[in-house]
Design a protein around this ligand. Sequence first.
Ligand code: NAI
Length: 251
Amino acid sequence: MSSRFEDKVALVTGGASGIGEAVALQLAREGAKVVVADMDLSGAERVVHAIEQARGTAAAFELNVADPIEVDALVSFAVRTYGALHLAVNNAGIGGPSAQTADYPLDGWQKVIDVNLNSVFFCTKYEIAAMLQAGGGAIVNMASILGSVGFANASAYVAAKHGVLGLTKVAAIEYAAKGIRINAVGPGFIDTPLLSKNLDAATLGAIAAMHPIGRLGRSEEVAALTCFLLSDEASFITGSYHLVDGGYVAP
Ligand code: NAI
């Protein structure tokens, strides 16, 4: 087991599936103690079991990231369980309704903003407080290519992810001198349940073809970038947005 995150305590929201699961597994493989946080408790427990089978250390925590009280409780749980919080990946997210802006349902808009944007503010807010106590830390907010470009029929998702970039920049400026680095990752379309549950095979094929590399991304490819940004190798990187998108945004 490599030790890039030895003696570090990490939390990953949305850690029960897809990108969050891959990040949690890699962090644990590299020595971190990981809190796997998700509204899907049995999924989080499955990931914890996989980590423990590989001789890592992890604990599951059930929450709705859109509730600030539950997010505060998550951060307290990490500190109480493992003594501190050094690393966080604010990754839980949903796709939301597909509709043009004039037809976009009001409740769908609110839900996507709550889960994909407000939650990242709540997480960042409480994580920073704990990281200041720990003497520093690193946060990655999971944005999307849709944090920097538009996509028809996804106004709430695109607005939320653009918002995540703004929040990331502001918090990074505020806490850079206090030893906390905060960055955003922008994945292209990644082969996870978020896509496979919502899109048919023909649509997935068409989306894959929008990436110059000619395929969807893999969760492990996003995890590799995320873990780099969390590591000391990224010690001069903060307040910035890092794509892992098979060339999607390049044309
Ligand atoms: P996924 O659906 O595989 O996993 C998302 C996880 O978040 C699930 O375990 C789910 O239970 C959890 N979750 C959802 N709402 C929650 C809530 N309110 N409270 C707590 N947990 C909640 O999705 P995937 O693809 O792994 O997405 C992870 C992140 O990556 C999301 O923020 C998504 O927007 C972003 N992303 C995904 C892309 C993709 O193509 N799959 C592309 C770009 C960004």
